[in-house]
Design a protein. Structure first.
Length: 202
C-alpha cells in the first residue's frame, strides 16, 4: 500500500469532527480489522503522546487493548508490539499496526493525551523497547547505552554516565563491534571523562 494513500485518508480527518461514513469505509478497505481495533483504542482514550524536554522528541504510548493490560510504544515508523513485526513488516498484511493507526487517528481527532517527560526518561523508554526487541547484547542496544552515557556526562550525572558507558562496553565486547584494544581505550576515555564530570561537580 502506497504511503501517500494512507496519508491522504488520514488527512481527511479533522479535530472536532466525527468520522464520515466514507472515511470509515476507506479505513476498513485499507486496514481491514485493524481499523476497528484502532478506533476502539481511540474511543477508550488509550493513546498518550510523550514530548521530551528540552529536546522536543515525540513518541506515543498506546495501550495494548481497550482494557489497558499492557503498553506499546510507537515512534519513527516502529511499534514495539508483536503484530508490527509479524503483520506489518514480515507479512505486509496492513500498512500500520492497530497501535500506530490509533496514534495517527487520535492526533487527527484531537483525542490524544499529551504528556511532557524529561529526555532521560525518553532514553530509558527507547532502551527498554530495543532490549525487548533485540535482546540485551545487540549493537543497537549498545549504541543507545553509549548515547545515554554521553548525555549523562554532559549533564554532569557522573554515576549514571558510568553505568551506561560500562554497559555499552559490555555490549560492544559481546557483539565484537569493537576489538579489545579499542574497548580498553574506550574504558580509559570513560574514566577520564567521568573524572572531569566529578571535578565539575566539586
Amino acid at each position: 500500500m502506497n504511503a501517500a494513500v494512507v496519508t491522504a485518508i488520514l488527512d481527511e480527518i479533522h479535530p472536532g469532527h466525527a468520522l464520515t461514513d466514507d472515511t470509515l469505509r476507506k479505513l476498513h478497505h485499507v486496514f481491514r480489522n485493524v481499523s476497528g481495533a484502532a478506533l476502539q483504542l481511540v474511543d477508550g482514550r488509550a493513546v498518550r503522546r510523550f514530548t521530551t524536554s528540552p529536546a522536543g522528541r515525540t513518541c506515543y504510548a498506546v495501550d495494548a487493548s481497550s482494557r489497558g493490560t499492557a503498553v506499546y510504544h510507537c515512534f519513527g515508523g516502529y511499534c514495539s508490539c508483536p503484530a508490527f513485526l509479524y503483520s506489518v513488516v514480515q507479512r505486509r498484511e496492513s500498512p500500520l499496526c492497530k497501535h500506530q493507526l490509533a496514534a495517527a487517528l487520535a492526533v487527527r481527532l484531537g483525542t490524544v493525551i499529551d504528556v511532557e517527560i524529561a529526555d532521560a526518561e525518553w532514553a530509558e523508554r527507547v532502551l527498554d523497547v530495543r532490549m525487548n526487541a533485540f535482546g540485551r547484547h545487540h549493537p543497537d542496544v549498545g549504541q543507545t547505552l553509549h548515547q545515554m552515557g554521553k548525555v549523562s556526562l554532559e549533564l554532569g550525572h557522573a554515576e549514571a554516565a558510568r553505568q551506561h558507558l560500562d554497559a555499552a562496553l559490555v555490549v560492544f565486547r559481546a557483539t565484537k563491534l569493537i576489538d579489545e584494544q579499542t574497548a580498553q581505550t574506550a574504558a580509559q576515555w570513560t574514566l577520564a571523562a567521568l573524572a572531569r564530570a566529578l571535578y565539575a561537580l566539586d
